[in-house]
Design a protein around this ligand. Structure first.
Ligand code: ATP
Ligand code: MG
Length: 238
């Protein structure tokens, strides 16, 4: 059964119709890469799923339960956690303090500081450093770790690699592969189609608020994704 289902969802910014009739189904353990050009509606879709932005139409089901009317903090308690673009750590707290604060807001589960440090040895080495003094890649890894501390059933990540040096991007994707290996369900917004296809089991491409291509990553060609990305003709996987 799907852990996350989005049914006919619309979202607006004022008069701007940013998400248009989006339906999505994410199975447990799946990694869905959500790609699309600037302004396609990826962030709005992710924030609407997380409850940080209101849906104007449609439903969001988590584990079969309608969560559309729940505020974001109650969706976190159900199991929907968003790593927002820009990371948003508490700059004056240490890395470890950032993790511990998040641990209080989520569900009970297997993720705790010890398990995180085993999965991401890099975080263990930096645990006493103030978040403000961490590099961009270290901050992004901390933001992902912090989200895992809420014991999510589905983890939504917006632009994990944005603005990072290539070596830091490699590190983040290694960490994401480790998270995928634990059986976590992920929805990953990514500008870099190659990176996204490298880690994803499924891919969905947004264009002007709509999903114009979706399917298992193995069945979708790079050309189809690029065509969908730029709106070049109908692209449906075989
Ligand atoms: N706070 C806002 N107020 C008004 N319009 C907004 C706001 N945020 C986004 N939009 C508009 O909504 C549309 C979708 O934006 P969104 O940020 O969801 O796209 P995106 O796919 O995440 O883009 P990017 O790749 O640049 O992050 C765009 O036309 C954008 O200009
Ligand atoms: Mg965005």
């Amino acid at each position: 059964m799907s852990i996350l289902e989005v049914e006919g969802m619309d979202a607006h910014h004022g008069l701007l119709h940013a998400v248009r009739g989006v339906s999505l189904s994410v199975a447990r353990g799946e990694t869905l890469a959500l790609v699309g050009a600037n302004g396609a509606g990826k962030t709005t879709l992710l924030r609407t799923i997380a409850g940080s932005h209101p849906a104007t139409l449609g439903r969001i089901l988590y584990d079969g339960t309608d969560v559309t009317s729940l505020p974001a903090y109650l969706r976190v308690r159900r199991g929907i956690t968003l790593v927002p673009e820009g990371r948003r750590l508490f700059p004056d707290l240490t890395l470890e303090e950032n993790l511990l604060v998040a641990g209080r807001t989520g569900r009970k589960g297997d993720w705790n500081v010890e398990r995180l440090y085993k999965t991401f040895p890099m975080l263990a080495r930096l645990r006493k450093k103030r978040a403000a003094t961490l590099s961009g890649g270290e901050q992004q890894a901390t933001a992902i770790g912090r989200a895992l501390m809420t014991n999510p059933g589905v983890l939504l990540i917006d632009e994990a690699s944005l603005g990072l040096a290539p070596v830091a991007v490699d590190l983040i994707y290694e960490s994401l592969a480790a998270v995928v290996a634990t059986g976590m369900t992920l929805v990953l917004v990514e500008q870099d189609v190659g990176r996204a296809l490298g880690v994803a089991s499924h891919v969905a491409c947004m264009l002007e608020g709509r999903i114009v291509l979706e399917g298992p990553a193995a069945k979708v060609t790079r050309e189809q994704v690029v065509d969908a990305y730029f709106g070049l003709g109908a692209a449906t996987p075989a």
